[in-house]
Design a protein around this ligand. Sequence first.
Ligand SMILES: Nc1ncnc2c1ncn2[C@@H]1O[C@H](COP(=O)(O)OP(=O)(O)OP(=O)(O)O)[C@@H](O)[C@H]1O
Length: 638
Amino acid sequence: MPESDPKPFTATLSNRAVIRRLFRLTWRYRAGCLKVLLIQLVLLSMGIVGLSFTGVGIDYIRHKVAGVPLSPNPLHLAPPEDWPWPHVLGLLAGLILVLALARALLNYSYFVSVNRLVQQQLVVDLRGRVYDRLQRLSFRFFDANTTGSIITRVTSDVQAVRMFVDQVLIQSVIMVISLTVYVTYMASLSPTLTVACLATTPLLWGISAWFSRKIQPAYAHNRTLVEKMVQRLAESVQGIAVTKGFGREAEDRARFDAANQACYDQQRGIFWRVSLFSPAVGFLTRINMMVLLGYGGWLVIRGELPLGAGLVVFVGLLEQFSGQVNNIATIVNSVQQSLIGARRVFEILDAPVEVRNAPDAVRRPRLTGAVNFERVSFVYQPLPSASGPAAFEDEVEPKPVLHDITLDVQAGQYVAILGPTGAGKSVLMSLIPRFYDPTAGRILIDGIDVRRLHLDDLRRNIGIVFQESFLFSNTVAANIAFGHPEATREQIERAARIAAAHEFITALPQGYDTVLGESGSSLSGGQRQRLAIARAVLLEPAILLLDDPTAAIDSQTEHEIFTALEQAISGRTAFIVAHRLSTLRRADFIIVMEAGRIVQRGTHAELMRVPGPYRRVAQLQLVDPAELQQLATTEEIA
Ligand SMILES: Nc1ncnc2c1ncn2[C@@H]1O[C@H](COP(=O)(O)OP(=O)(O)OP(=O)(O)O)[C@@H](O)[C@H]1O
């Protein structure tokens, strides 16, 4: 059986689990990581060699000026005694310059390599995976998560994962290698001085670990606030017409400002904490310098440490060491941000694909379109949203929206569905293409449970026109061919003619190649619906689902659309949610729904003969005096 049980969205991952996943993810890019680490290693060695040259130079000058004997250094660099001093100093200066140039080039190569690794490979791959997952997630996921939350996950949270790779992992490895090399080199110069200088380091580690734990909740809260702000923005862009129409720009602006301000205030709190932490770490590392000058100077004066290759090199190494330790503050900050972001990305990657193919899915490229509902019930079982219970938070027990529906529709029949708002008409239709799976009972097409049919075959055999159709910012032709991208221009035109769209399309500036504005904004509601009908018809589907396709358009356009629909429907099984008598009358049979149940079924003539909701609705629309008279007589008899 396919997986259709409602499952929790996904268990919240522990920090340890997120880190494990991040390591696994980084492992995929190990070649790139290794390359940048090697570059850093070479840079590190060059830095140490350059520093040693400086130290040797200073000792050489001291040797020439004050006759202090040259002492050995860990790299065994010793200028030949018989060389004239300008040659020695010139050579040392030249070598330092060459090393500096080589380091500049390598640094450039490091930045290019890191950028290629994270921005061009990791971010693009990961975004692709998240997007791919989103495409396969069920409607329940989208019911439970706001647009803002989804957008921030695909954009900034993916960047947070990148941050883990380049600003945490690579930086940490570089830090550990550098610190080891610096400490080893310092210890080879003077073990006691090394111990004295680094005495404060464990304290620094402790403070960093404590800070890291303290700051994490603030970053988590920050993601939620940013998500809310993006959601506000998305809503206000989508609802701009309503906002302007009702003159509510000021209130809308105020709502956005409040969300924006909340982000700002919270970010400022984080900023202050981080800004205090970094200098505090910096100050503690300066204590090392105090010790170095006091104790190290004393060692030089006592002749136990050379000035250049000893103390000066030590100063340089300690500077580098402190720089790396200071880096801890940045790494700690990045760790927290990246863990929060990564958790949110993994939540999407882990979200169960509830509506999926059964392992033994039946392939039926062409269905005939007989549809049977067998005791179907449906309850919206909300998923907890990934960022907390955004929707349905007040709802204790979800109510069933369809109760025990049994319905047999033969291939080619035209079924009209009538019912008040919220009766469950859309839900009933959405179960056929498996936008949701029934909570109880089953739906069969051509005698096969839809959960056993291959999803590609099922959905290719179903054409859908919603109350308001979504068009993409693409050409008219591409919008019509959305479900069948290989369609020829002839096929597209034929579908457009059936949908009565050909005429207005050819009147557009570039005809079928006219690029539509966002969501088809450059077209009227009626034109958009006709393109949607053409899109559905192009699939040559066995089943057509028309969910009140004229709900959002005027009666003249509605008339044109129904003429188009008549052609589209012929020869197919069609379910249409309709309120107009002219449409209902043409149906092979009509079902009337109320509160998730079918309360009446029959042809127009049959339903007109009995008192009930159908006849009440019909009466309101009847204009034919003869029919009204006939109805009155039936009422009297009843
Ligand atoms: N995503 C959802 N989550 C939870 N409940 C929902 C969701 N969508 C619809 N419902 C509920 O399911 C019930 C049936 O909704 P449905 O959209 O099928 O009604 P309808 O008959 O098509 O109404 P209309 O004519 O207004 O489109 C309603 O009570 C509605 O509140």
